[in-house]
Design a protein around this ligand. Sequence first.
Ligand code: 1GP
Length: 237
Amino acid sequence: MIEVQSYLEEIQQATFEKRKLLAILIDPDKFDETKPQKFLQKLPKQITHIFVGGSTVKEGRTCSVVKFLKSISDLPVILFPGDHSQISSHADALLFLSLISGRNPEFLIEQQVRSVEKIRNTNLEIIPTGYILIDGGRETSVQKVSNTIPLAQDNIQQIVNTALAGQYSGKKIIYLEAGSGAKDQVSSKIIKAVKDALNIPIIVGGGIRSIQQLHRVYDAGADLVVIGTAFENGTFQ
Ligand code: 1GP
C-alpha cells in the first residue's frame, strides 16, 4: 500500500489500481453561486475532482468561485488555468500546464514564468502537466486563444511522440484535449496508443457528453476524464 501524500499521488495510486477518476470542469464566468444545492444535486455520483478554469476568465472570478466551491464541497479543487491570471491560492492543486502540442512560446513557458510570483508563497500543489491539443472537429476556444494548431487525430505517431516527449521532460500527467465543446472526442485509438507508450496518468477531455462516451474513453485507457460543457448545460446522460 502506497501512502497517499498528495493530490498527484492520489491520481497515481488510482491509476495504478485502475480506479477511474472523473472531474467536472467549472468555468468561473459561467458559474452561479446563488444555487449551491442545485449544483451539488447535479454532480455525477462518480465525481472525484472539481477542475476550475477556462480559456479566458474575468480577473478575480476564479478566486471567488474556488473559495465558494471549497466552502460547499470536500472534493479536491484543482486549477486548470487558461493563463496566469487564473491562479488562486485557495485551490488545492494546480495543473501546471505546458501546451506541448503547440509551438507558441507564450503557452510553453511565458505564462508559466509569469505565474511564479503568484504560486511560490502558497500551499498549492504543483502538478507538471503536458497539455496536448487534438483536433476535435471544430475550432475551439483553446485553439483560438493559444493560437496553436491542434494535432490531427490520424497522426497518432506524432501524438504519442509528443506525449512521450512530455513524459521524458518530467511531466507527471499528460492531458489529451479535444477542446471544450468538441464535436469529436479524442479517439479510442489515440488514447490506447498513448496509454500503451506512457507510464504516467492520462487525462482526457473535450466533447464527452454521455455515459457511453465516458466508458469508451475509460476503456481505451483514460485514467481521469474531464466533463465541462455537458455538465454545465445539464445534458450529460
Ligand atoms: C475542456 O476538456 C475540457 O478543456 C472539457 O471539455 O467542455 O467539451 O466537456 P467539454
